[in-house]
Design a protein around this ligand. Structure first.
Ligand SMILES: [Zn+2]
Ligand SMILES: [Zn+2]
Length: 357
């Protein structure tokens, strides 16, 4: 008997991606009975599900952010383990996006679909690298799915950040970075460059950095920026949520040099809007070359494109002979799509629980 076609057992509903013979959703955008969650960003990991299957790290992140609303029961599954849910076998493979991030590999009667969540192919000291899994249908993001998006080498961007200290010894180097994933990766990259001074943090970044350290990611010496003598912070690196770059909080720093680490910094207009003087193009999402390379690597005849520039990637994939279609999952892709929106509600010292990237 031929394997069932992927679209016969998976559907997009108003709650998101539903796997019919398993009776579960992947990264549902509203509360459901049974959720398989790829990673801890708020657009993928929502509160209030009945049962959550995710990596131990993703579950820890959800508990940290949502506390009693993190879900009724938590079922940790490590990379490489497998679970049978209904008639579907599920396993997790690293996605290389943030700590705990996983691709969900779904198998039903000989048909295999991979829901990759968000991913990147660059090295990231905070999580294991993306692994391509051959499949019949590959569900890919398209956050940076335009040829204009080609991320430079992150180590070079971090070098520019460290060099700015020597150039502006009187100023605090204030870097806008999302609370989950970006801040910790940036700190790790700064450490890899040999920088061992304390790194100062806005209170909204503290909790998740501590959680990463509890989960075994060494971030070196971290200090709270708030409460420091203004002079102490001259020539120091200070990380804050993007929204803090231009708000009152930044005024307590000595002549802050506004910096931002995001894939969107490729777009000069975005940097200018935020008043960013030192844009750093560092992203936790695949760029155009990584997206197209990945489609070749997994070799899935069917490519389903979600969140981002779906049309451009679908067009390219169709030209390459893939059967490509845009899957509109409403609610995915809010984390890095609009930094303004993403962090507008962050205020110190309360923990950030909204979108991140
Ligand atoms: Zn994400
Ligand atoms: Zn996403």
């Amino acid at each position: 008997m031929p394997a069932p076609r992927p679209e016969s057992w998976i559907q997009v509903t108003n709650r998101g991606f539903y796997v019919t013979p398993g009776g579960f959703y992947v990264d549902p955008t509203r509360p459901v009975d049974y959720a398989v969650v790829t990673h801890g960003h708020a657009d993928h990991a929502r509160p209030d599900h009945g049962h959550v299957l995710a990596t131990p790290e993703t579950l820890a992140i959800m508990r940290h952010r949502y506390q009693e609303r993190a879900g009724g029961t938590h079922d940790p599954m490590r990379y490489g383990e497998a679970r049978k849910i209904g008639e579907v076998t599920v396993r997790f493979v690293p996605a290389g996006h943030v700590l705990g991030s996983a691709q969900a590999v779904l198998e039903y009667k000989g048909s295999r679909v991979v829901v990759s969540g968000d991913y990147k192919r660059r090295s990231d000291p905070t999580c294991p690298p993306f692994e391509p899994v051959p499949c019949d249908a590959f569900v890919t993001e398209a956050t940076f799915g335009l040829p204009v998006f080609r991320h430079p080498d992150a180590a070079g961007e971090v070098r520019r950040l460290i060099d700015a200290r020597a150039q502006f010894p009187e100023r605090a180097i204030l870097v806008g970075s999302y609370a989950l994933g970006k801040a910790q990766r940036l700190i790790s990259l700064i450490r890899e460059a040999g920088y061992d001074r304390p790194i100062y943090l806005h209170g909204a970044l503290m909790g998740l950095c501590e959680l990463y350290q509890e989960l075994g990611i060494d971030l070196g010496p971290l200090e709270r920026a708030t409460g420091q003598n203004k002079k102490t912070l001259a020539g120091e690196i200070v990380l804050a949520p993007p929204a803090a770059l231009n708000d009152r909080w930044a005024r307590r720093l000595p002549e802050p040099l506004p910096t931002m680490a995001s894939g969107w910094m490729r777009v000069r207009q975005r940097a200018r809007q935020r008043g960013v003087e030192l844009p750093l193009v560092i992203s936790d999402h695949a760029d155009w070359d990584e997206l197209t390379q990945t489609l070749h690597d997994v070799g899935a005849p069917q490519v389903w494109v979600t969140h981002g520039s779906e049309e451009a990637l679908c067009h390219w994939a169709s030209q390459q002979g893939f059967d490509a279609r845009a899957l509109a999952v409403v609610g995915w892709g809010e984390e890095e799509s609009d930094p303004e929106e993403a962090t507008a509600q962050e205020t110190e010292p309360s923990e950030q629980t909204g979108q991140a990237g």
